[in-house]
Ligand binder design. Structure first.
Ligand code: BJ8
Length: 425
């Protein structure tokens, strides 16, 4: 499609065209430096490069076409919002978390300065009219996870069509009852929005679709246990990020093709980094597009990232929805059970997260863990202390880093990462 057609579409979505041009050119340059400069990338990554190059183009056009056919677009910020329900009603779900330091000043008119960068970024994108995804949404679904998000949604609701799911804070029986009720309430909201009814048949199909995507990503993650590592952490982070935007069936096919190529590479004993490269796992806050700063620093310092214990990582893909349910009720229970397993730091207690981290460290043959927390993120900063204790007990070296989306601390982070990697050698 021509650039003029895209510009018309962006104008129609009421984007600030000049600011948007600026964002795209920075994004393109950043992507070139961080991704295209990598050696030994697999052919299958071309699909991801294409998707990213068209992230504000072709994919937005697809969303507009879907809307023209009467389908609804649902925006989300958290892996707690069950995509299966949207798919079962023929709606399209897209992730709206943002990873760029854009619109920060505008965001700080709605939320306090000491709010994490992820929250400020999605608010900033909205207020600065930079995000065609946000502008395409018929409904934006928030959730009661951390305090920062909860309060931000109140402010955001003045600017966008918001709906908030109540996510419990514990894993007790009564919390599960509340969560099941919330799933039903959300289902009714979506039915009202789409003018359609969820049936067992439609939900079963949606469950299979989302499970297939999880299975492909699980396959990809399992292949990273190979030594030498067959794919860079940067590329897998990109895959996990694109998973929130792309059509689920098309994406699953592309990831399985990539996994076939990875298997060939592993069989041939080839890797993306030498077998001696320190194998690092990232753990903590999600990294939304285009937040590639830390992975780039780590991998350009000679290490390879082999796992992301994060929502834009294994927390989003680890658990499957049971597919044996026959009735709508059984399927909704299966959904409630699957989503209650998410080990977000907003839960108390959240000891299963420590077990999951220990499992990943061993499965992926990790040499060291870098805990990543966004500045002002209380839940992950708190859990960082427990995570470090567990890792120390396992004899696993770790370090904790706190940062935001600015580039001011790049040199400082690089120095700390290099010093940590030295200790792993
Ligand atoms: S399930 S991790 S996507 S809430 S970084 S906004 S926690 S202050 S993103 Fe999350 Fe759902 Fe949990 Fe995952 Fe708050 Fe921390 Fe900011 Fe965060």
């Amino acid at each position: 499609m021509s650039n003029d057609t895209y510009r018309e579409m962006w104008e129609h979505l009421n984007l600030d065209l000049a600011a948007h041009d600026g964002l795209l050119s920075v994004l393109g340059k950043f992507y070139g430096d961080i991704y295209m400069s990598q050696q030994g990338r697999l052919q299958g990554m071309e699909y991801l490069d294409f998707v990213l190059s068209e992230v504000h183009g072709l994919r937005i056009k697809e969303l507009q076409d879907a809307k023209a056919q009467g389908r609804k677009i649902i925006g989300t910020f958290c892996v707690f919002v069950p995509e299966e329900l949207a798919l079962a009603l023929d709606a399209v779900q897209v992730g709206l978390c943002a990873g760029a330091d854009a619109g920060r000043e505008a965001a700080e008119t709605l939320v306090p300065r000491n709010t994490c960068a992820l929250i400020k970024s999605f608010i900033g994108f909205k207020l600065a009219r930079l995000c065609p995804y946000t502008e395409s949404c018929d409904l934006i679904v928030g959730e009661t996870t951390c305090d920062g998000k909860k309060k931000a949604y109140e402010a955001f609701a003045e600017h966008a069509p918001m709906y908030v799911m109540e996510v419990p804070q514990t894993k007790t029986e009564s919390a599960r009852t509340l969560w099941k009720a919330e799933i039903l309430r959300y289902m009714h909201k979506l039915e009202e929005l789409t003018g359609k009814k969820i049936t067992a048949e439609k939900l079963a199909k949606a469950i299979t679709t989302v499970n297939a995507r999880r299975r492909a990503l699980q396959r990809l993650n399992a292949l990273r246990a190979a030594v030498p590592a067959p794919i860079s952490g940067r590329d897998v982070l990109l895959i996990n990020q694109v998973c929130f935007y792309d059509d689920p069936v098309r994406f699953t096919g592309a990831i399985n093709t990539l996994c076939d190529q990875l298997e060939e590479r592993i069989k041939a004993g080839h890797g993306v980094a030498p077998a001696s490269a320190p194998r690092v796992m990232l753990s903590g806050c999600p990294m939304a597009v285009p937040n590639w700063k830390l992975p780039y620093i780590i991998e350009s310092s000679g290490a390879v990232i082999v796992g992301e214990e994060s929502c834009i990582g294994t927390r989003n893909t680890r658990d499957m929805v049971d597919e044996t349910g026959q009735t709508l009720e059984e399927m909704l229970d299966a959904l409630a059970d699957r989503y209650m397993k998410i080990d977000c730091a907003c839960f108390t207690p959240n000891s299963e997260r420590l077990d999951n981290i220990a499992g990943m460290v061993s499965d992926l043959k990790v040499d060291g863990v870098i805990q990543y927390a966004l500045m002002f993120c209380q839940p992950y900063a708190h859990e960082g202390i427990k995570v470090e204790k567990r890792l120390t007990a396992l004899g696993m070296p770790s370090m904790a880093l706190e940062t935001d989306y600015s580039m001011e601390d790049v040199e400082q982070l690089k120095t700390r990462v290099e010093a940590f990697l030295e200790t792993l050698k």
